[in-house]
Design a binder for this molecule. Structure first.
Ligand SMILES: *Cc1c(COP(=O)(O)O)cnc(C)c1O
Length: 374
């Protein structure tokens, strides 16, 4: 039967493309015609619109979310001797940039309800670092699956030590905490426009967001080989990391429908929450927060069995993430919070992300639910 052959994807970019009609094709054609592929007018226009949408003074486009994290750390002079606190339950990019700069990632545990940094584990790790030769420099709070981290509790820990907070908002642009949009919840925020993220382009892209004009200037210098006033005067060591004009043109069109898409995603999440609560543990939102629902991640004791059954029913799922950082060769040698990373380990065994996107219609939704109840 044709019905049985239908696959329900985690993210549906094709339907989004149909919805946008010829808008993106025309935007791309305009770039091909004017030919300013590097830092063309669409880049500055997108940066302005993104900054406005996120409620911050400055947005600086760059080549990826990973580069956005790297640029933010470079702008803060993070390097050898700096301890940077990173959750153990996240994507490798969050921690790799720290280690690549010669700084020390200190792995902290996450909360079992929101999967974001556990302020208590963070506090204990900061106290431990104070007994070493390392300088507690910064925490990277990850807004995992679109849920903002608990910035209020994290700020209580960092305030005492003068540490900075960098938000890894690769998955959470569009979310908010106490009515403040992601972008302005930390001193500096890094985000990604990887195609499957809530605001995705058609390739790689990222941005650094901040209210701090000096920091934004440093990021602009660092992304252009550390240039000073003129192009051939490097005043610091930098890299080459720009948001392509073509990707900015795509993002300008996608930004027009972004808020509407967030409402639809929230509707899907609400319906999942209503019908799945008896069967699996559904994700919690922290107090006063909204999520951008980059992923809808449930907890199930028989996760692998459930994933296999859903695959048979044509429903795509994913395990984000099957291994905490300390169980991966690249990160096993870095220090860990004094009381360990037990929650990160348990989550890695039980998480399963279900299809969520703005175009998941009622039939697809019912098919997912039926397959889970089975
Ligand atoms: C996707 C992602 C990144 C990296 O973004 P890229 O654009 O792929 O470099 C970093 N951190 C988290 C939490 C992510 O999900």
């Amino acid at each position: 039967m044709a019905e049985a052959a239908r696959r329900i994807e985690l993210v549906d970019l094709r339907t989004q493309r149909r919805r946008l009609g010829t808008a993106i094709d025309e935007a791309i054609a305009r770039v091909l015609d004017h030919g300013q592929f590097i830092l063309g007018p669409e880049v500055a226009r997108f940066e302005d619109e993104l900054a406005r949408r996120c409620g911050v003074a400055h947005a600086v486009g760059c080549a990826s979310g990973t580069d956005a994290l790297l640029l933010a750390l470079l702008a803060r002079d993070i390097g050898p001797g700096s301890a940077v606190f990173v959750p153990a339950f996240t994507f490798a990019a969050t921690a790799e940039v720290v280690a690549l700069l010669g700084a020390t990632p200190v792995l902290v545990d996450v909360r079992p309800d929101t999967f974001t940094v556990d302020a208590e584990s963070l506090g204990q790790a900061v106290d431990w670092v104070a007994t070493t030769h390392l300088r507690p420099a910064c925490v990277i709070a990850v807004d995992l699956f679109g849920q903002p981290a608990d910035y209020v509790a994290i700020a209580e820990v960092t305030a005492a030590s003068g540490m900075g907070i960098l938000a890894d908002a690769a998955q959470s642009v569009g979310a908010s905490l106490h009515d403040r949009p992601v972008g302005g919840l930390a001193d500096v925020t890094a985000t990604s426009f990887f195609p499957a993220k809530p605001l995705g382009c058609y390739g790689d892209g990222g941005a650094v967001l901040t209210d701090d004009a000096t920091l934004a200037d440093r990021v602009r210098s660092l992304q252009a080989h550390g240039r000073g006033g003129d192009k051939f005067d490097a005043v610091r060591l930098g890299i080459n990391s720009r948001l392509d004009t073509l990707q900015a043109a795509v993002l300008l069109e996608k930004l027009r429908i972004f808020d509407d898409e967030l409402v639809t995603r929230q509707g899907v999440a609400d319906r999942y929450g209503q019908v799945l609560g008896q069967t699996v543990r559904t994700p919690a939102s922290g107090p006063g927060s909204t999520s951008s629902w980059a992923a809808y991640t449930v907890l199930a004791d028989d996760r692998d069995h459930l994933a296999a059954r859903l695959a048979e029913a044509g429903v795509a799922t994913a395990v984000y993430y099957p291994r905490p950082l300390h169980h991966q060769a690249a990160f096993a040698r870095f220090p860990r919070a004094p009381k360990g990373l037990g929650t990160s380990e348990r989550l890695a065994q039980r998480v399963l992300s279900l299809p969520i996107h703005p175009y998941l219609g009622p039939d697809d939704f019912d098919a997912v639910i039926a397959a889970i109840r089975d």
